[in-house]
Design a binder for this molecule. Sequence first.
Ligand code: SAM
Ligand code: SF4
Length: 332
Amino acid sequence: MKEKKLTDCYKRVIDYVRISIIDGCNLACTYCMPNGNGCKKITTLSKEEIVCMGRAFANCGIKKIKLTGGEPLLHKDIISIVKELSSIAGIDQVTLTTNGILLENKVKLLKEAGIFAINVSLDTLDEEEYKHITGQYGVEKVFNSIKACVEHNIPVKINCVPIKGYNDDSYIPLVELAKKYPVDVRFIEMMPIGYGKNFMPVKQEEIEEKLKSKYGMFYPYHGIKGNGPATYIQWKETENGKWKGNVGFISAVSHEFCDSCNRIRVTSDGILKLCLCFDKGIDLKKYINKSDLRQLEEVIKQGILEKPKHHNFNTKDGSLENEQKNMWEIGG
Ligand code: SAM
Ligand code: SF4
């Protein structure tokens, strides 16, 4: 059978979708949802909506689905969502990005449901700093979750957003985890979306300098790793396996990678987002029909053709409106 391929106007193959399944969260990260969910009505996509979308995406050529939020582990049907999506023909990987607070007890069930890999967001290993960033203590819980994933042989990536004045001394302790455990540690540049606009991004080069003075000069990793935009660096110790994990960067603004963008997103209210940067989207919920997915598939295929060539975080030019939604609705 011929392999299905979803391609946009710029010949980019789109094979990865991130679905924000819930906009509620149990943390209140200062750059994402600083006031928590207290006064807000929580929106979720239903299991049926998510699975219908998953089937339609697979029929169009999508191969990887990342579940995100808000906090996806707060969705009451998270385990069966993972199970159903994993069993869709054509979907090779169902993964999750989580703050890890509720993960430890769910690791076994997620593994049985078919989870392929998990990204855990952890900006610091210092409990006080963690509380300063997220509104509550949680490092120990998150760390236990990471260990549980490792014990269950689930590949884990730790994602840290460097925030000036909050976690400046956290880079080395986090990188040390990649030395001891089979986990990759990536530094994600702060993006000017939602509350992230209030923060100056820490330059990748600044973090690289800190790593250089601790571990010596590194060199770029040229192999392929993972689904997307992360660039990895290595030392002799990572190359020869003395360290168990790897270290990487995702710097969407300062090291733009739009030319190789392979992804689309669905927000927690069911809007297909073609680029993180822009407001433009298509309401997929209107087209969901469990017994006939053809219209939904057509809307997705046509929508992809509208995917912008690149973001305008740096230039602020162009005719498209910039995104007004918050990161917890978009899913990162
Ligand atoms: N709650 C889950 C978590 O924290 O992993 C999933 C949703 S969260 C929105 C997904 C990722 O987006 C997290 O790693 C978070 O640190 C990151 N994020 C949130 N706001 C951001 C911003 N303005 N720039 C860059 N990353 C951001
Ligand atoms: Fe919640 Fe994740 Fe946003 Fe933090 S980054 S407030 S954990 S959605």
